[in-house]
Design a protein around this ligand. Structure first.
Ligand code: HEM
Length: 495
């Protein structure tokens, strides 16, 4: 049961928790997952009202309040003012922050859920004749591709077949520090992930590539940042006109997008007949080679960046919170003893899993999930017609003190099975969806979780992490630190 009696300040946002309280949680609701949210307040019943009755933000507020960089804080402000459902006047989107409504929108078994893709990305794909990967596909075409790739990334046997590569690559990453390196930088994470993703997706074919792993990692960082910065700028203008006039942002966007995809597609081309990994399996499964290049290049790029950014936040969290670092280390020691942690040993480290959930709750790489409704959806009080653009405010939901008491604190134990009853656990799960929800949920979820569990468990076994910096979460399409915190890394056996 959720209570109204937790007046805990939301430390991270500087907003009183009570201000984030959600009116629609104040009455009983049954979700698709049979979650009953009951706050004991009176139930109101009313006919479903049209979209026009949903409270709306004031015109021009989006640009005035900081635009893309502060869009997460913008949603905090408007949810606080207008409640768990509001319309954004400028973005023509409906924002939700109530787990019950979220489940009604993304968990209701829509056959072909449609994501919002920035106009610049779709226009670029049209102009350059590139159809790109899963993210860009819709309807039956999306499903046909998704069902071919799903088994190679989601089945237990597929994950198990990656263990050797993942175990080898994390040891390779660890060696960098055994040679005396005293700081852990974001680029170290990209190097590790670039190497791992290439081996997982196309096999051990790097010998034929013109570039080394560090060079590829640097290009990924450079191009991805360029794509996100220019996309953010292009969100505020008419993209068709920007393309026609060849505006600086459009030219920058095309340059980075073409550069990264031609590099990734060349890696796959260069593998020739030796194509291995997930790409090799798709080829054996009958997928056309051109389609494989598009899908696998997108998978590698999406996977490297999201996992690197989240790993960066995890390391910052451990370095700035010694109690949590000790707690995680004690668990890893208990499970692994004298053995080095490995994929096989990460199966039973619930506190470390809880850490991952806490980090993604406070610093979600995607601050919003999006859906363009292909069918109408009836919420308790509102009717959302087909075609509505719905944004799910993950960042706001992760701060809700009714669901996460002391929301600004990292408390890995709150995710332990015995910490809460089943109903509370379900409400928590619906309020923290870093990988999305439903059939369109992130296809790389299991791989990313495995890599991050491995990273954390190996790091805390051998090293102590420290920082004196405080990282501020900002959004540049994804949630990143404004300035990367400096992380000191010292061998455990050095003192
Ligand atoms: C910490 C790491 C990651 C996070 C937080 C993350 C997050 C997400 C989110 C929020 C979505 C949208 C889901 C929805 O709307 O329901 C998504 C989709 C997607 N992710 Fe990830 N992701 C991560 C890692 C990966 C990896 C490792 C890969 C590739 C191996 C990947 C590939 C994709 C693809 C292809 C989609 C689109 C799926 C589709 O449209 O069918 N992601 N991810």
């Amino acid at each position: 049961m959720l209570t109204h009696t937790t007046p805990v300040a939301c430390t991270m946002l500087g907003v009183r928790a009570s201000s984030l309280r959600q009116p629609l949680q104040t009455h009983r609701q049954k979700t698709g997952l049979n979650v009953i949210v009951d706050c004991g307040a009176p139930v109101w019943r009313s006919a479903r009202r049209p979209v026009s009755s949903i409270p709306v933000t004031s015109p021009g507020a989006y640009a005035r309040d900081g635009g893309v960089e502060s869009i997460h804080m913008y949603s905090v402000k408007w949810h606080k003012e207008l409640g768990p459902i509001y319309r954004d006047h400028d973005m023509k989107a409906i924002f939700l922050s109530d787990p019950v409504m979220v489940d009604q929108v993304v968990g209701r078994g829509e056959r072909y859920p449609k994501l919002f893709v920035p106009a610049a990305w779709t226009l670029h794909a049209r102009i350059y004749g590139e159809q790109r990967g899963l993210l860009f596909k819709e309807g039956e075409e999306w499903w046909q591709a998704r069902r071919m790739v799903n088994p190679f990334l989601l089945k237990n046997s597929a994950l198990a077949s990656m263990h050797t590569v993942l175990n080898e690559d994390i040891e390779h990453f660890m060696q960098v520090f055994s040679r005396g390196k005293t700081s852990l930088e974001e680029i170290d994470l990209y190097r590790w992930l670039v190497q791992s993703m290439i081996r997982i997706f196309i096999g051990d074919n790097l010998k034929s590539s013109e570039k080394s792993i560090p060079e590829i990692a640097e290009q990924v960082v450079f191009d991805v940042r360029g794509i996100f910065d220019s996309t953010a700028a292009l969100m505020l203008v008419n993209v068709e006109e920007a393309a026609k006039s060849e505006s600086a942002d459009w030219v920058k966007f095309c340059k980075h997008t073409n550069s990264i995809f031609s590099m990734l597609r060349n890696l796959i081309k260069d593998a020739g007949d030796n194509l291995g990994g997930v790409a090799g399996s798709l080829l054996k499964g009958g997928m056309d080679r051109d389609e494989i290049e598009k899908i696998v290049a997108d998978l590698m790029l999406g996977g490297m960046d999201t996992t690197a950014i989240t790993s960066n936040w995890i390391i910052y969290t451990l370095a700035s919170n010694q109690t949590v670092q000790d707690q995680v280390r004690a668990e890893v020691q208990r499970v692994c003893g004298d053995r080095r942690s490995s994929c096989e040993l990460t199966a039973d480290i619930p506190i470390t899993r809880g850490l991952l959930k806490e980090v993604m709750r406070l610093y979600p790489v995607a601050p919003f999930l999006t859906r363009i409704l292909s069918e109408p959806v009836d919420l308790e009080n509102h009717h959302l017609p087909a075609g509505s653009f719905v944004a799910i405010s993950l960042f706001v939901m992760g701060q809700n003190s009714d669901i996460f008491p002391d929301p600004g604190q990292i408390i890995p134990d709150r995710w332990m099975r015995n910490s809460n009853d089943a109903r509370t656990r379900q409400t928590m799960a619906l309020s923290a969806l870093p990988f999305g929800h439903g059939v369109r949920m992130c296809i790389g979820r299991r791989l990313a979780e495995l890599q991050m569990l491995l990273l954390v468990s190996r790091l805390v076994q051998d090293y102590k992490l420290d920082t004196v910096d405080t990282a501020e979460y900002i959004t540049r399409m994804v949630g990143i630190p404004r300035v990367n915190p400096r992380i000191m890394i010292r061998p455990r056996n050095s003192n």
